[in-house]
Design a protein around this ligand. Sequence first.
Ligand SMILES: Nc1ncnc2c1ncn2[C@@H]1O[C@H](COP(=O)(O)OP(=O)(O)OP(=O)(O)O)[C@@H](O)[C@H]1O
Length: 223
Amino acid sequence: MRLTGVSVIREGQEVLRSLDLRLNDHRIAVIGLNGSGKSTLVRLLNGLLLPTRGTVQVGELTTAKDAKRIRRQVGFVFQNPENQIVMPLVAEDLAFGAKNLGLSGTEIAARVDGILDRLGITHLRDRECYALSGGEKQMVALASVLVMKPSTIVFDEPTTMLDRRNRRRLQAAITDLDQRAIVVTHDLELIDNFQRVLVMHNGRVAFDGAPGAAAEFYRGISD
Ligand SMILES: Nc1ncnc2c1ncn2[C@@H]1O[C@H](COP(=O)(O)OP(=O)(O)OP(=O)(O)O)[C@@H](O)[C@H]1O
């Protein structure tokens, strides 16, 4: 994944400023103060948002031209799972995206059961989504993205609504992913074992490096 000369202007304000980045590491975190540009940055990665200037490439594809194909490769898990749960029952919700990919019923059923098992939530299979707890909903939202088998999963503040126990469960789920994960968070515990941390500040990447040094840098700018 590559950003070249990327700027984003919203309501006359430059909220991302001339970013040049390659994002190929297995686990990348994005941290920073409120309003520093974290969500804006990750929304560019699957074409949810297009840059005002510059290009965002995923492999050979460009978000400005190929957003639909890119969304099959780059899944997105939102802070609030309510925003992405679309069907009444858990199993239906997981199957929904896969149906849009045109997969066979047998393949979809196998993927749904496999993902439920992998995330340890098979017991939720036939539950109604609306009646799930926040933590359960967040796991279902992740499961419905995994069913599509994207090569990268972007998480925007996935643990904000979770208690300590569910934070740990989601952390374990992220650690176990085969896919590349890019995670926006304020939860520094979540990113201890990440390869790379970007610290955003005023629309720029102010630090790019290992978690320990990033946390120290971040403390320096937050005090
Ligand atoms: N739709 C929009 N219209 C206008 N300005 C926006 C819009 N979305 C974001 N912004 C502005 O862009 C800047 C960066 O916002 P962004 O949501 O990327 O920050 P963030 O680092 O994710 O913040 P937080 O930690 O609070 O979620 C902020 O100043 C915000 O007000």
